[in-house]
Design a protein around this ligand. Sequence first.
Ligand code: GTP
Ligand code: MG
Length: 195
Amino acid sequence: MQIYDAKFLKSSAKVSQCPKNDLPEYAFIGRSNVGKSSLINMITNNKNLAKTSGTPGKTQLINHFIIDNNWYIVDLPGYGFAKISKTIRAKWEVMIINYLTQRKSLICTFVLIDIRLKPQSIDLEFLEWLAEKDIAFIIVFTKSDKLKKAQLLKNITDYRDALLSFWEELPLSIISSAISKSGKKEILEFIAQTK
Ligand code: GTP
Ligand code: MG
């Protein structure tokens, strides 16, 4: 699959403000600064579609992008961002939880994980929560361009071991880089097969 046309549609502070529930939808989520917006720009071939930033907390609302007029990509705010007030963090959490549990047209959530880091409990807990709630997800390891091949393989093995310490089966995962564009084909193929 190829994306020919991608446009920003709207930002919503609540799931009730999201576009009418009529097209298949794929969301991108993960810790602040993990590379959600960059990955969306990479798969849509559009450097400026989703706003990216070196400062965590850039994406603060539920952002819908309409793709080829027949499906949506959703850019969500990051979780685990320390430098905001407790009130704002709680507001974001409610927004994300409501979106993930209530949005009927959500087909799958891509959970982004920075492959440079050791397995982080905040990500593992989030994955467990998704599984408990029966919310479909796949893992996308980001920033793979930043590691040498041997280190990349080691970090992926460590991650898989961490997951297998509490799960019997591994979820699907894709290794990506917004710089080298690796993972693009796999992500688009997964969407084409499930849409
Ligand atoms: P928030 O919206 O703040 O939660 O962040 P985000 O997850 O959308 O991250 P964003 O795409 O804004 O990227 C954060 C920083 O990481 C930016 O400086 C990007 O240039 C950088 N970055 C994102 N993806 C990659 C990647 O694959 N490789 C490298 N080397 N840098 C990346
Ligand atoms: Mg973002």
